[in-house]
Each structure stands twice: as C-alpha cells, then as structure tokens.
Design a binder for this molecule. Sequence first.
Ligand SMILES: Cc1cc2nc3c(=O)[nH]c(=O)nc-3n(C[C@H](O)[C@H](O)[C@H](O)COP(=O)(O)OP(=O)(O)OC[C@H]3O[C@@H](n4cnc5c(N)ncnc54)[C@H](O)[C@@H]3O)c2cc1C
Length: 377
Amino acid sequence: MNPDGPASGSSFGTLKDRVIDKGLCMLCHGCVASCPVDAIEAIGERIHLTGECIECGTCYRVCPGRGYDFAKAKDRIFGRREKGIRERIHGVHLSGKNLRSSDEEVFRAGYMGGRVSTVLIHALEEGLIDAALTTDWGEGPVLSVGSGRICRDRASVLECSSSKYLFSPVLTLLKEAHRDPEIGRIAVVGLPCHIQALRNMQSDRMASRYTEKVVYALSLNCGAPNLTDENWRSVIGRIMEVSGEGISSVDIRKVKGRTLRFRVRMKDGTESVRDRPLSAYIRMIHGYPGWPRCDLCIDYSGELSDITFGNPLARTEKGKDLLDGAVKAGKLVPASKGQAISQTAIDIYGYLLKKVGAKRRIKRRRRKGEPHPEYRC
Ligand SMILES: Cc1cc2nc3c(=O)[nH]c(=O)nc-3n(C[C@H](O)[C@H](O)[C@H](O)COP(=O)(O)OP(=O)(O)OC[C@H]3O[C@@H](n4cnc5c(N)ncnc54)[C@H](O)[C@@H]3O)c2cc1C
C-alpha cells in the first residue's frame, strides 16, 4: 500500500537507504514484526539488520514511514472514502460516542475514562478475543521505548492501562501470538502509525501470516509527538528534580482525577515517587521538539482502525458491534458533557496540527528537496 508501488527486488538496504537514513522512520516496529527470518531488530531508537537479509522486500513494503496510500486502504477496509465535514476531520466512521467506563477501577486506571481497557476486558470476557496486545512502560536502557504485553485477562489489561508517550514495539508481539496455539483471536492497540503498518501487513503476501489472528485494530488518537530518549530523560528529570541521565526506569499511573503518580528508579538503586497534574506534564512534553517524523504524520485519529479512541469512533461494522456490545452490557456509559467539549477542542487541535500542519510541512520539504513522506488521501 505504499504510494510508489510494490518494492520488487528490495531488501533491508532499501529500507535503510530510503527510510531510516533519511529520517523517515516512525519507529512503529512494523519491519521487525514482518521480517520472515527475524533478521531485523530495534536497538534503542534505531532499526538495525542483525541477521542475514533474504531480500524479500517485506520490511520495505509494510513500512509506513515513506508515506501511505490512504485512499487505496480506505477502499479496501471501508469500501468508501469520507463523506461530509465530520468525516473529513475524523475519517470514515459509522458512529461516534462520548463514553467512559462504568467500572470505577477501570475508570481510575485509564487515561481518559478507561474506554480502551473496558473494550478489551469486555472482548476477553465475552470470548471475542483470547488476547490483547498492549503497551507497558519500558524496561530497557532507552526510556523512550515502551514494552509490549500480551494480555489475557482483566488484571493484565489494567496493568497496561493509561497512555505512555513512548514508542511502542507492540507489533513485534504479533509473531509471538501467531506461534502460540492457545491464542486464536487478538485485538491490537496502537498509535496511528502502528495501525498503518498493521494494515500494510494484512495485505502483504509475506507478512499477512502474522496478522491472521487479528480481529480488532484499535487506535488511539495521536497528537503528541514522541520524544527522543534524551528529551524524555530531561522531562522526567525536571519533574522529579533528579538527573535525567541517572534514571533507569519510569512508571507513570493516574491516581485520581487529573493527577499522575510518577515512580522513578535511579541507576544507583534509589526510587522516588511524586504526584503531578496531568496538564503540567503535557505542557512540559510539548515544550520539547518531537521525533521529526511525527511532525510529518497526517494521521491524527488512526483513520484505518476498527475503533479509534478519543471519544470512541467505530469505523467498521465489527468495531461498531464491539463498542455497542460494551454499551449494551452497561460497561461503557455516557461521559460528562464537559469531557465531550474538551475532547472536541483536543480533536480540532489535533486536526490542525496533523491534517493541516503536517501537510504544509511536507509541502515545504518537497519544495526544498528534503526527504518527506508521500501521502495519497
Ligand atoms: C503518544 C500518544 C499521543 C496521544 N495524543 C492524543 C491526542 O492528541 N488527542 C487525543 O484525544 N488522544 C490522544 N492520545 C490518546 C489518549 O491519551 C488516550 O489513550 C485515549 O483517549 C484512550 O484513553 P482511555 O482511558 O480510554 O485508554 P486506557 O484504558 O487508559 O487504555 C490505553 C491503552 O493504550 C495503550 N497504549 C498506551 N500508550 C501507548 C503507546 N505509546 N503506543 C501504543 N499503545 C499505547 C495501553 O496499553 C492501553 O491498552 C494519545 C496517546 C498516546 C499514547
């Protein structure tokens, strides 16, 4: 589904030359997830060839970094393009609802009402899926990359609730799920770049075997560019009043209302905990330059998903059935009017930032002859 057509005769070298070395990698890990001989690894914030490339071209074909043919993808997934102003902002969808979890534990654990976690728990409890692929805080030396988790029950879904402004290797779990005979059907939760790569994998002759078990592709809205490890350390260091370089791990959870609890372990073994308002944290993140490729991404609302969160938007029939099922079971209930209004304001900001702003930035780069992604909408 890449705009310049199939990549015959391409190899990891092609991906490296045309995407990675040009600063167009989104770090979605789609190439790692798709390589049939497990020859590609993400080491920190960079993708490397660590085994022998068989020159199948899969990594290059599934990569959303160099651009995307959204028009073709929408025709395939939805059988149509956007109609009217609402869909031009939010993408193709069948229904949109302002919802929150009715379960107080899930509501508290979630970032914006626990809607994603509620839907996952509902799907697990109803036997619609056997596992959900989600993202947890990282454990590695690079703080800006989270870790993927295969969740099979309510407890593990709740452990992974809440937003992490991190790169996620969630797609790399597809191979593990593919090989696990006890897993039949899965839901994947990702950012728009993950869902783009996943859709490429689903339509790819080589990579589609790893996605056969995926029944739901759930996206988060994404208007916050991820930070590099250096900047992420600086943010956490400033919040905790510790040296960013000395941090070995970070864990941030919502404790009540709009308050987050930051738990930071230092390389010398000490640990500190501090509660801070969500708004101060978001403001601080926006004060840093983002990952450059995120600034060129036009997909704010995961337009190729089955359901996108923000205010949940069901895009496909099966996404709508899942969401309606959680509502009918009383697990998702209407959220406050205040939340709907603030979400609308956030969505307009996200639309301007990505669908309008990123398109302008791409145009500027094209004019200057600088590397840029090509999109077809
Ligand atoms: C980087 C980033 C930027 C965002 N930008 C916006 C925005 O501009 N506007 C907006 O309306 N919403 C944005 N969101 C989404 C928002 O923060 C909430 O995640 C969303 O509304 C769902 O909230 P919830 O309480 O229903 O989810 P929860 O029940 O808390 O569940 C969240 C789910 O997301 C998964 N997850 C967390 N972090 C990541 C990650 N980095 N990559 C992949 N999966 C992850 C978790 O594992 C969990 O399953 C962003 C989220 C992220 C991670």
